[in-house]
Design a protein around this ligand. Sequence first.
Ligand SMILES: [Zn+2]
Ligand SMILES: [Zn+2]
Length: 201
Amino acid sequence: MEPGTLVYDPETRKVGEYQDKTGPYVMLRPVGGGREWQADPARIRVATLEERLRAGVRAANDRSREGLSADPTRPPAPVPGCAACEELAARRDKARAAFDASAVTDANVLLRRHQREVHGGEPAGRRIFRYVPYTIVQDASALPEYEAHCVSGEDADCGAGSGPCSAPAEVEEWQRRHTQETLHTRYRRSFADYAVLERQG
Ligand SMILES: [Zn+2]
Ligand SMILES: [Zn+2]
């Protein structure tokens, strides 16, 4: 087998790049890089097109999650060890899993904002677009909007809403009042702001 061939390992249910033989094993490397693993040469087989595609997509996702991708439109990555970043990233993962695109955007907005406020920007190298001389900044002339909708209810969401508020505290006050009146306890909160691109230099 040629080194670099993509093979399927039923033991780990993963696709790996064939490296070489060591003793009774073959060494496989994850698609996109990472720690090699040992596999049984009698069990591995050449990966099907579908398996190869799936492995490639997964590797690309892992890469962008780790912030190694060069795509400037990629979402912000959490700063390792920061609980707030982690919480927002987890919220984003959940939204992604639920195919809730607007909740994903909300989480990204909050994550960028938090990173700007707490970490002085996104992790190093992420906000500088080397080939595109624009910086994206929040539009200071338009107030950010905070809003909550009540999503309590068995068959259908209650749907009551706070309306756009200029501060998170106003939204919370509305939630407390609504819960007081209705005993509803579940809300979808959203955040919106305006962004402008400023040409550099
Ligand atoms: Zn953080
Ligand atoms: Zn309600």
